[in-house]
Write a protein that binds this ligand. Structure first.
Ligand SMILES: Cc1cc2nc3c(=O)[nH]c(=O)nc-3n(C[C@H](O)[C@H](O)[C@H](O)COP(=O)(O)OP(=O)(O)OC[C@H]3O[C@@H](n4cnc5c(N)ncnc54)[C@H](O)[C@@H]3O)c2cc1C
Length: 386
């Protein structure tokens, strides 16, 4: 099958810039990496930004294929490059037209980054308990509070802060805050166990002021739910790329390793495990693409902003992330065993893959939280539980 240009571009980038550099990418290198800046040479930087603001205008289905290619070489790079979609999709649909054009247009022109400040230590996944607070003062919003985790913030052009808004009917607001706003302080970078070429920070906001039109329309919590749809599907696609890489490591190893006088690749037990891998990878790919197409269909409708606001979390985005996280982790754990003692050393990339794939079942909702969400939204609504 002929690969579309964007898939070839992403694959060439991954092979040229990332493959073979595991040690550097896994070393918590200073962010942003030059190699991430050079992604713009592919013409795919922020590939989902709409054409009307000067972006490449790729679909989420394209995004699944791009992310899987990059994650095959390095999941942290994939995460760095796609996570702004969480932020920009909220801005794309719910910002005032002039604000949307200004910030997304600049991001498209300058190949910049954006980040979302949602999570807090105390509230955890009960986002309704966040304490970061925003209030109107004349023609401005003033926001203060601490945010536990946010990826790309140190080098972002702008962030979207999810805050409590006690004086507003919706109770919560999503505020677009330019990165250079006084009072926005990056306190530390987390020493994460995987995705170590990406950069996630703890951030403090104290009295950050933005103009009134920098508030996005609608409840901040609902907007975050909407934004998470695309990024959850792309997190799942990261697991797909990692799983393919683990399969390839096993195949390469089995071609050279001899067992009972024959290459391991010809051993029926080993081969059946690889057959199982292929089944799992195929279902992961099919599921990621199906979820992305459902998302793209909403985007292509008459009123995506209204439809997403009505729907909130898409079931397919949640279940795809859960499924790919669980199957991906299981697959990579088996791959580490199949590589024998080498699989337990840093001479093999499989240890990095194990640490990298773990994030899929944790970030943007751990599996227990998502099981509860699926149950309460799609199995038995809370109002109907006995
Ligand atoms: C690398 C990385 C990047 C990140 N990037 C960002 C970012 O850019 N922006 C951002 O806002 N956040 C970001 N995060 C935060 C991330 O999304 C959260 O850490 C994740 O959703 C888990 O939430 P939590 O840390 O609040 O833990 P919690 O959800 O509070 O979980 C703690 C424990 O409580 C359990 N638990 C919680 N609720 C339930 C429930 N309802 N039912 C059963 N058990 C439950 C969990 O299963 C878990 O065992 C990032 C985190 C990491 C590690």
């Amino acid at each position: 099958m002929v690969q579309p240009d964007h898939v070839k571009e992403a694959r060439d980038y991954a092979r040229r810039e990332l493959a073979g550099h595991e040690r550097l990418l896994d070393s918590l290198p200073e962010a942003p990496l030059d190699v991430h800046r050079r992604f713009s040479e592919t013409g795919l930087a922020n590939w989902w930004l709409p054409k009307d603001v000067g972006g490449p205008g790729h679909s989420l289905e394209d995004g699944v294929r791009i992310v899987a290619e990059i994650a095959h070489a390095d999941a942290g790079s994939a995460f760095t490059l796609f996570i702004p979609i969480l932020t920009t999709s909220m801005v794309q649909w719910y910002a005032e037209p002039e604000v949307r054009e200004r910030y997304l247009g600049r991001l498209a022109r300058e190949h910049g980054a954006a980040s979302t400040l949602g999570s807090e230590h105390e509230a955890g996944s009960e986002l309704a308990r966040i304490s970061c607070t925003a209030r109107r003062e004349g023609g401005e919003w003033v926001v203060s509070g601490d945010k536990a985790f946010s990826t790309n913030t140190a080098f972002a052009d702008f962030v979207v802060v999810i805050a409590r808004a006690p004086d507003e009917p919706a109770g919560y607001v999503a505020l677009l805050v330019p990165r250079e706003t006084p009072g926005l302080v990056v306190e530390k970078r987390w020493d994460v166990i995987g995705l170590r070429s990406s950069a996630t920070y703890q951030v403090a906001l104290s009295g950050c002021r933005v103009p009134a039109d920098h508030a996005l329309r609608g409840s901040g919590l609902r907007l975050l739910e909407v934004g998470l749809n695309a990024s959850r599907i792309l997190i799942a696609a990261t697991a797909l790329g990692i799983a393919r890489r683990a399969r390839d490591l096993c195949l390469d190893y089995a071609r050279t390793k001899q067992v009972k006088g024959a290459p391991l690749a010809t051993n029926a037990v080993f081969a059946s495990r690889l057959g199982q891998f292929e089944m799992q990878i195929d279902v992961m790919a099919t599921q990621c693409l199906a979820a992305a197409r459902e998302y793209d269909a909403i985007c292509a409708g008459d009123d995506p902003a209204g439809d997403f606001m009505r729907l909130g979390c898409l079931k397919s985005a949640i279940t795809t992330k859960m499924f790919c996280g669980q199957v991906g982790f299981q697959l990579v754990a088996q791959a580490s065993e199949m590589l024998g003692g080498i699989g337990y050393t840093h001479d093999s990339a499989v240890g990095k893959l194990l640490r990298d794939v773990r994030f899929v079942s944790i970030v943007e909702g751990g599996d227990d939280v998502l099981r509860d969400l699926v149950y309460s939204r799609f199995v038995v609504p809370v109002s109907k539980r006995s």
